[in-house]
Every structure is written in structure tokens, then in C-alpha cells.
Design a protein around this ligand. Structure first.
Ligand SMILES: [Zn+2]
Length: 390
């Protein structure tokens, strides 16, 4: 079964695909995990430490949740910058639309997962005055663009199975939940990602097409409730998406699939007419001990030389500040990074993924008048792109 699938995948990777190329530098900023709670600030941190969870080994031990002030500071940084058309950079924010409802889980005797939609607020013990308004203000400005991450980041069936299983894993979950923290992924990778259950046999790890379709339908509904609009771009939690995910996204109106870093793959349409976009620059100062601005600039220039967009990945943790100030350094670096790009390229353009999709659809083999960007089509094979990426 696996052997056939691998062979099939290798054959697909050798097939020529039509990729889109652009005649000027395009920059997209993509950011995951917005709306997802982590460690419940200083109080939650101390509570967990008193339960014997030795926090501090990994940046994600200090992942909390953005505040309205974090968003205001981010907005201020973005609005200081403009591209050649006078437009600000747009940050595509991929939202997790529900958190665990700890008090209802507790009432139910810790047996079943209960969710609290982000549109209805935050779990008991959490306080973030003005947060929903801060998201909406940035969206109204055009510097934030909401997109779909998931309803949960973890795989619900994996979490429930481990909860039922008892033992050390269930004890860890309970200690975290009592402190208002759903999970810390690096300490418990067995919770997987929304559409991907890591402890299943290889070919059963992705949830079935039907389950994924139901989940995606619910997630789109929760998004619409929160933002009064429908999502057009999506990124699967943990980048774990397969054809069933893409098909279900397409059925619910998603036009762009955001993929993780993996070589300089040109944007292209898949068999469901979803634009596949790959991240090409990892701008993650909070989590990358080797972070260097120089390297980010080199990666961006490499994209421009190939005529593909620089798609910058910057997760929400980089803007958090409540137990550890990741935000100040990130914003300072982001400011420098964008200034560097702007001063080197007088024809630079900032877009979000949906704008790129529109550009491709209306402009290939010609110039889209209002944008001034010319789009060309070129054949490539995934096998060759990945070989070159080494
Ligand atoms: Zn994520």
C-alpha cells in the first residue's frame, strides 16, 4: 500500500506543473496560531511550576496569547512601511477558532473535550481586554488579513484517546488544564495536528476525507461568526494537509493553500483549483537560535531572482510579550528587514495570498493594469525544485 503510494507520489513529482512567475519583487507575510491560548501568563506559569512542570527549556514554554497592546505595536510597525504603490505590508493571520473550555471539561469529569469558540471569548481565568476589537481594527486598516488555521491545533481523537488511556499522559493533560493551558506541543507531540493523528499506522494518520470535510465546514462557520466574512486562504495546523484537506477547502471556498517551507516552489494551481503557495523565508527570531537578518534577506533575494514571491513565515509567538518579551526584538528586526527590502527594491509590492491569487487569475501572460505586475507561466517539476533545494 505504502509502496504504491510512494511510487505514485514520485511519478506525480516528475510531471510538469505550470508555475507562476512575476516581474517584480513580491512580499507576503504569513503568520500562524492567532487566537490559540497557551500558558496562562505569569499566574499559569507559576501554577504549572508548582505542579512540577519545569517550564523554561523551550521558547514554546513561554507561548501565552497575544494582547491588544501586542497587536497595536505590530500594527504600528506595519503601518510605518509602504511598498512602491504606497501600500502597507499585510500580515496574513491564520486563526485557531476555538480553545478548550476547561470549566466544562472539569464539570464533565475530565472525560470529554469541550470547546469554546473564540467568538464567545476565552476560557475561564484568561483575560485579554480589547483583543477581538484589536484584531478587527487591524483588519479594517488592511494590515491584518484573517485566514483559516483550524478549529483546534491538535488532533481531537488523539487527545481524547490519550485522556481515556490514563497514566502519565493523562496526568500531564490534567495538570495543564487545571492551569488553563491546553497543551505545550513539544512536550507531547502525541496530540498531533488537527487533521493528523501521529500514532496511527502510517497510511491512517490523516483523518478520513469525511471527517476533514466536517471539521473544515465547522471551522469556516466559526470564522464567519467571528469576522463576518468567509476565509479564502488556509494553512493546516502543523502544515499537515493532504488532497482530502485541499478538496474540502476548495468545497468551502478556500482559494489558497499555504504550505510550510520546502524549497523554492513557484505558486501553482492543484487539481482542485486551489493556489498552492510555499513559504520561503523563515523569520522566527523567538524560536530560531540561529536567526539572522542577513540570511532572511538572502532567502528573499533568492526568491526575487527566481521570479517567485518571498513568502515570509512568522508565527504569532514572535509577537507575544506577557511572560517573555518576544515582541520588542521581533518588531525591531521586522522593521529593519522590511526597510532593507524597500530600500533595495523601488518596485517592491506587498500582497496577501488572496491578492496574489487574483493577480495570477487575472494577469497571467500579461500585465494587470492596476497592479503593474506582469505574470508569466513556466513549467516545472517538483522533483527538480526539491533536488535544487537540496
Ligand atoms: Zn500552527
Amino acid at each position: 500500500m505504502n509502496w504504491t503510494r510512494n511510487l505514485w507520489q514520485r511519478a506525480m513529482d516528475l510531471l510538469p506543473i505550470t508555475g507562476f512567475h512575476f516581474d517584480r519583487p513580491l512580499v507576503l507575510l504569513q503568520s500562524d496560531d492567532w487566537g490559540r491560548v497557551g500558558v496562562r501568563d505569569q499566574e499559569g506559569l507559576e501554577q504549572l511550576r508548582s505542579h512540577g512542570v519545569a517550564l523554561g527549556e523551550h521558547p514554546y514554554d513561554f507561548y501565552t496569547l497575544e494582547t491588544a497592546e501586542d497587536l497595536a505595536a505590530l500594527r504600528a510597525t506595519l503601518t510605518r512601511h509602504r511598498d512602491s504603490a504606497g501600500r502597507h505590508p499585510r500580515l496574513e493571520m491564520n486563526f485557531v477558532l476555538a480553545n478548550l473550555d476547561f470549566s466544562r471539561i472539569n464539570l464533565g469529569g475530565w472525560r470529554q473535550i469541550r470547546l469554546l469558540p473564540l467568538a464567545e471569548g476565552l476560557p475561564e481565568g484568561w483575560s485579554r481586554p480589547g483583543l477581538l476589537e484589536a484584531y478587527r481594527d487591524g483588519i479594517a486598516d488592511g494590515v491584518f488579513r484573517p485566514a483559516l488555521h483550524g478549529t483546534t491545533h491538535f488532533c481531537r481523537q488523539a487527545l481524547e484517546r490519550n485522556l481515556e488511556g490514563g497514566g502519565a499522559r493523562a496526568d500531564l493533560l490534567q495538570a495543564l488544564w487545571l492551569a488553563g493551558t491546553p497543551y505545550i506541543h513539544w512536550r507531547m507531540p502525541w496530540i498531533g495536528y488537527e487533521y493528523w493523528d501521529p500514532e496511527k499506522p502510517d497510511h491512517e494518520r490523516f483523518l478520513t476525507a469525511e471527517l476533514q470535510r466536517d471539521l473544515i465546514g465547522q471551522t469556516v462557520g466559526a470564522f464567519a461568526k467571528l469576522f463576518s466574512s468567509l476565509p479564502r486562504s488556509a494553512c493546516a495546523p502543523g502544515y499537515r494537509a493532504n488532497h482530502d484537506t485541499h478538496r474540502a477547502w476548495a468545497q468551502y471556498g478556500i482559494r489558497v493553500a499555504q504550505n510550510g517551507p520546502g524549497g523554492c516552489v513557484p505558486p501553482h494551481f492543484d487539481r482542485h483549483d486551489v493556489l498552492q503557495l510555499f513559504r520561503t523565508v523563515e523569520f522566527e527570531p523567538a524560536t530560531d537560535p540561529e536567526f539572522s537578518l542577513e540570511r532572511c534577506w538572502i532567502q528573499a533575494e533568492d526568491c526575487f531572482e527566481r521570479g517567485i514571491p518571498a513568502v515570509i513565515s512568522v508565527h504569532s509567538i514572535n509577537f507575544h510579550s506577557t511572560v517573555k518579551d518576544f515582541r520588542s526584538r521581533t518588531l525591531q528586526l521586522l522593521d529593519q528587514f522590511l526597510s532593507g527590502l524597500e530600500s533595495k527594491h523601488s518596485d517592491l509590492r506587498y500582497l496577501h495570498a488572496e491578492e496574489l491569487c487574483e493577480l495570477v487569475q487575472s494577469g497571467f501572460n500579461g500585465t494587470v493594469k492596476e497592479s503593474g505586475v506582469s505574470v508569466t507561466r513556466k513549467k516545472f517539476t517538483k522533483a527538480r525544485v526539491w533536488k535544487r533545494a537540496g
